[in-house]
Design a protein around this ligand. Structure first.
Ligand code: ADP
Ligand code: MG
Length: 311
C-alpha cells in the first residue's frame, strides 16, 4: 500500500532540548494512524512540523510523494491541541470564513456546513458566539471546520480530550466514516487505552524517540504470548485438587476477568510449546468450561514492555 505521508528522520530541538530525535513514520493511504505516547513525548511537535507551523532541524516530510510545500496546507485538515476559534465571532460566520480560507466558495461552504451541522445535531448553535458554548461544544465546531473541505489528510491532535464519553464516541464514529470515504487520518493521544479499536497503524513515541511502529494487529501478534484466561465450574469437593493440579502444571496468575459464578478461574501462560486445544481438553475433564479467552496485550501493555526493554 502506498504512503500518503512520509516523515523521514525528523529532528527538532528547542534551545538545548531535543523534542524529536530522528523520528520516521509512514502513513498508508486510507489508514487511521495513531501517534501514541505520554505527555511531552513529542507528538504535537511532529504534528506541527507536518502542518508546516514548525520547521524541522533535520529530516524531510513528503505528502503524496512530493516534498512538503505551502500549497499542501489545503490538502490537510488539522485540529490543533490548543483549539483556536475566535471567541466573540458567531459560529456560522466563523465556519464559513474558515472554510473559504481552505478554498471553498461561499455557497459550497454553506452546503457543507449545513450537512455537518445536521449530522452532528448542532444546527441551533449557528447564531451563537463561541464563548457561549461549552468546551466540548466548541470542539465539535472545530471538528467540522477541520473536515469540511474534504482534505485528503486529516490530523487530530488529542481529539478526545475535552469531550465527554458520548461525544468522544461520536467523534470516533465520524473518524471511522471519514476513513470509509477515503480520507487518511493521523491522530495523537496520550490515553492509549481509549483508542485501540480506532487505529489500524500506530507509532509509539517516548521521550522524543519512536520506540515501535507498525500495523496494530501485526504488533499485537508479535507481543501475544500464548496466555489464556479460563473459567471452569468444578464441584466443591474436587475444586482444591483441580486448582492445585493446574497451578503445579502451568505458569499461572490470578485471573482478572469478572464473573457472576464461583468457578475456578486462572490466567494461564502456556509457554512456547503449549497447545490451547490441549489445555481446553484438560479443563473439560474438571467440569463445565465457562470461559476460555486469549489474553491479547493492550497497546498500553506493549508500550510499557517496550519502554522497559529499551532501558
Ligand atoms: P506531546 O504532544 O507528545 O505531549 P510536545 O511535542 O508538545 O509533546 O512536546 C515535546 C517536548 O518539547 C516537551 O517537553 C515540550 O515542553 C517541548 N516543546 C514543545 N514545543 C516547544 C517550544 N516551542 N519551545 C520549547 N519547548 C517546546
Ligand atoms: Mg501534544
Amino acid at each position: 500500500m502506498s504512503s500518503l505521508l512520509v516523515a523521514d528522520t525528523v529532528s527538532k530541538s528547542f534551545g538545548g532540548f531535543t523534542a524529536l530525535n530522528g523520528v520516521s513514520i509512514e502513513v498508508p493511504k486510507g489508514s487511521i494512524f495513531g501517534l501514541l505516547g505520554p505527555n511531552g513525548a513529542g507528538k504535537t511537535t511532529l504534528i506541527r512540523i507536518i502542518n508546516q507551523i514548525t520547521m524541522p532541524d533535520t529530516g524531510h516530510v513528503q505528502l503524496d510523494g512530493a516534498a512538503l510545500a505551502q500549497h499542501h496546507i489545503r490538502d490537510i485538515g488539522y485540529m490543533p491541541e490548543e483549539r483556536g476559534l475566535y471567541k466573540s465571532m458567531k459560529v456560522g460566520e466563523q465556519v464559513l470564513y474558515l472554510a473559504q480560507l481552505k478554498g471553498l466558495d461561499k455557497s459550497e461552504a454553506k452546503k457543507r456546513a449545513k450537512y455537518w451541522f445536521e449530522k452532528l445535531e448542532i444546527g441551533n448553535w449557528w447564531g451563537k458566539k463561541i464563548q457561549e458554548l461549552s468546551k466540548g461544544q466548541a470542539q465539535k465546531i472545530q471538528f467540522v471546520v477541520t473536515v469540511m473541505h474534504n482534505p485528503k489528510l486529516l490530523i487530530f491532535d488529542e481529539p478526545f480530550s475535552g469531550f465527554d464519553p458520548i461525544n468522544a464516541n461520536l467523534i470516533k464514529d465520524e473518524i471511522l466514516q471519514l476513513r470509509e470515504e477515503g480520507a487518511t487520518v493521523i491522530f495523537s493521544t496520550h490515553r492509549m487505552e481509549s483508542v485501540e479499536e480506532l487505529c489500524d497503524h500506530i507509532a509509539l513515541i517516548h521521550k522524543s524517540n519512536k520506540i515501535l511502529d507498525g500495523e496494530i494487529n501485526h504488533i499485537k501478534r508479535q507481543y501475544r504470548n500464548n496466555t489464556f484466561e479460563v473459567g471452569v465450574e468444578v464441584d466443591k469437593d474436587a475444586f482444591a485438587k483441580a486448582e492445585s493440579q493446574l497451578i503445579s502444571k502451568f505458569q499461572t496468575t490470578p485471573a482478572q476477568f469478572k464473573s457472576l459464578g464461583e468457578e475456578l478461574k486462572l490466567r494461564i501462560q502456556l509457554g512456547d510449546q503449549g497447545s490451547p486445544n490441549a489445555l481446553l481438553q484438560e479443563l473439560q475433564s474438571y467440569g463445565q468450561v465457562t470461559h476460555f479467552v486469549e489474553v491479547i496485550p493492550s497497546v498500553n501493555d506493549i508500550f510499557i514492555q517496550t519502554v522497559n526493554q529499551s532501558l
